[in-house]
Design a protein around this ligand. Structure first.
Ligand SMILES: Nc1c(NC[C@H](O)[C@H](O)[C@H](O)CO)[nH]c(=O)[nH]c1=O
Ligand SMILES: CC(=O)[C@@H](O)COP(=O)(O)O
Length: 160
């Protein structure tokens, strides 16, 4: 469903599990840093809101979204991490480079999730322009970081 029809910050908060002892890995791309930092704050605040402990949230940064898969693997391979949230913003340019990045990240984090048997959340904003990205980082369509954190909590409930 298009983000215009379902706000990214809206999620079902009923019946969430106790996450006070769960360990979260955040991997954040530095490209489009002002936007990815906003996504990260949304995700972090959502985890804390629902009972995660600050000391149980690890944030790592990678250069760009293409490196999110590797950053996710570095965290997912640790027995100390229960779920990884990947956050990035890929804005279309003049060429098809954005397509290659987005497809690589989708495939890469899927492989990491299956290899280490733990959720790796696809918090990638993929837009045609910067305004669309801001619209999904606390703007009119909500915050994809909030969506990613809520997804992480829901998936931990499924894993229990
Ligand atoms: N154009 C964007 C990039 N490009 C950089 C790549 O992600 C990667 O770091 C580079 O190709 C070297 O491997 N990254 C984003 O996150 N967002 C963009 O819009
Ligand atoms: C999505 C990107 O990597 C972007 O910076 C590439 O821009 P362009 O396609 O104009 O080279």
């Amino acid at each position: 469903m298009a983000s215009a029809l379902k706000n990214l910050s809206d999620y079902n908060s009923d019946n969430l599990i106790d996450i006070s002892e769960k360990k979260f890995g955040l991997v954040v791309a530095e490209w489009n840093k002002a936007i990815t930092d906003t996504l990260c704050k949304g995700a972090y605040d959502t985890l804390i809101k629902h009972g995660a402990m600050p000391e149980n949230i690890i944030r790592n940064t990678v250069s760009g979204s293409f490196e999110l898969s590797f950053g996710a693997q570095l965290l997912a391979q640790s027995d100390e991490i229960d779920v990884v949230i990947c956050l990035g913003v890929v804005i279309k340019g003049e060429t098809k480079h954005d397509d290659y990045i987005c497809h690589a990240v989708a495939q890469g984090i899927t492989q990491v999730s299956l290899k280490y048997n733990k959720p790796v959340i696809f918090g990638l904003v993929t837009t045609n322009d910067e305004q669309q990205a801001w619209d999904r980082a606390g703007g009119k369509h909500g915050n994809k970081g909030i969506e990613a954190a809520a997804t992480a909590i829901h998936m931990l409930g499924i894993c229990e």
